[in-house]
Design a protein around this ligand. Structure first.
Ligand code: HAM
Length: 425
């Protein structure tokens, strides 16, 4: 039997309502903040990710699904979307759209990671990017506020926001030298990953999770203490803006993120119930990424969250109802069958969910079926009903029955549908 590839999974119909709830709530919340949806391709030139996310990062060095297409071009399934969105910003000259362009996206992303709880090879992100001329710290705070509003709306109340500043090309190199000096004696005793990163990407040592390395890392100098005056002022201003908006945060001096494009603000939100993979949201500023990709000077900030992790973080009592049919049509005989198909089409045009069975069944079985599919109403069409021009409509919750003309029946079902749609809202 052929099964799904390791690290991927089917989202079955009864799980889809939870996914749609997360997606639709994102659309509803982000809209209010002026973000518009963008859909970029699932695959891009490998070079796009190599240049933006960084050749030395785990994502690019080890985790990308890269392949040659038939013309010999190296392509990769997108491991994230910031690079694609900035590419689109440049390609479509979005700076002509306005001084700040706000975009959001949702969809599958791909990383060849070791699958575990909350970590998959095809996973789904919801993310947003604000790209433009200004690096006003209020933009950072507004983006974070939007994420907080979203998480609150979907029901993730147990969460912690961690923020840091990773500096800029002015102050980071000096800090990295200082960090390397501070670790010079200890590095030989650290884990293999740290030893490798010491040469390739020393900042990422701060992110090491190996227990034995923690005392060493704790003694290392913190980037926030070595920011240039402009970065320090920016970080301070982001904090003040968060406080003014009533958003609680913790400073995480060792938060460095696993992508190279970040400058200044970096943040993560962790959620409860997630186990080792507890980063629900990750994001930050990437001023200058546009230039790296051959575009005009631009500032940017964004975030992405993992939908699989968000689903794990949702409390169990978040009730998300699956859609049930408005009507089940039980028919008896050929003439009634034709009538059933006609009535179904009429009601479906009104937006109602109408089911019937294709095979003939006995009356008792038909009613059992209406029950099984959880229809709100069932209608019985038999020879008698056809002759009288009236249908017997049964309210499946109360068991009440009434004989109605087709017009009255359509009217009643459409009205009932409107009431239940309102209740769902
Ligand atoms: P990231 O931290 O690599 O950032 O990913 C963001 C979120 O995607 C993570 O916090 C996690 O919830 C989810 N995620 C990542 N990898 C996996 C996986 N293998 N399985 C399940 N979930 C996963 C970015 O992708 C940046 N593009 C975020 C960003 C946008 N920064 C600025 N703008």
């Amino acid at each position: 039997m052929i099964q799904t590839v390791r690290g991927t999974f089917d989202i079955l119909p009864n799980e889809v309502p939870r996914w749609r709830f997360l997606e639709e709530t994102a659309r509803a919340v982000f809209r209010c903040y002026g973000y518009r949806e963008i859909r970029t391709p699932i695959f891009e030139r490998t070079e796009l990710f190599a240049r933006s996310v960084g050749e030395e990062t785990d994502i690019v060095a080890k985790e990308m699904y890269t392949f040659m297409d038939r013309s010999g071009e190296s392509l990769s399934l997108r491991p994230e979307s910031t690079a694609s969105v900035v590419r689109a910003y440049i390609q479509h000259k979005m700076w002509t759209w306005g001084s700040l362009v706000k975009l959001f996206y949702l969809g599958p992303h791909f990383r060849y990671e070791r699958p575990q709880k909350g970590r998959f090879r095809q996973f789904h992100q919801i993310g947003a990017e604000a790209i433009g001329q200004s690096d006003d710290p209020a933009i950072d705070a507004e983006l974070i506020e939007m994420i907080e509003e979203y998480l609150e709306r979907v029901g993730v109340s147990e969460r912690v926001l961690f923020i840091n500043s990773v500096g800029c090309s002015q102050c980071r190199p000096a800090y990295v030298r200082r960090l390397k000096e501070a670790l010079a004696d200890a590095i030989a005793h650290m884990c293999e990953n740290c030893r490798r990163r010491y040469e390739t990407n020393p900042l990422r040592i701060l992110d090491c999770k190996v227990e034995a390395d923690q005392p060493i890392i704790e003694r290392a100098p913190a980037l926030v203490d070595h920011l240039c005056p402009a970065c320090a002022a920016h970080f301070e201003a982001v904090r003040r803006h968060l406080e003014a908006r009533g958003i609680a945060y913790r400073i995480a001096p060792r938060l460095v993120r696993g992508l190279d494009y970040y400058t200044r603000t970096a943040f993560e939100i962790t959620g409860a119930r997630l186990g080792a993979q507890n980063a629900l949201v990750g994001g930050g500023r990437y001023d200058g990424l546009s230039e790296i990709l051959g575009g005009p000077p631009a500032k940017g900030i964004g975030f992405a969250l993992g939908m699989e992790r968000l689903l794990l973080a949702l409390p169990d009592d978040v009730a998300i109802a699956d859609e049930t049919p408005d009507l089940y049509i039980a028919y008896l005989g050929d003439a009634a069958r034709r009538e059933a198909f006609r009535l179904a089409r009429r009601l479906r045009r009104e937006g109602l969910v109408v089911l019937y069975d294709f095979e003939e069944r006995k009356l008792r079985r038909l009613m059992a079926q209406a029950d099984r599919v959880k229809a709100s109403y069932a209608v019985l069409i038999g020879e008698e009903e056809l002759a009288a021009g009236r249908y017997t409509l049964r309210d499946m919750r109360t068991g009440e029955q009434e004989a109605l003309s087709e017009e009255a029946l359509v009217h009643k079902l459409v009205a009932a549908r409107a009431v239940s749609a309102n209740a769902r809202r």
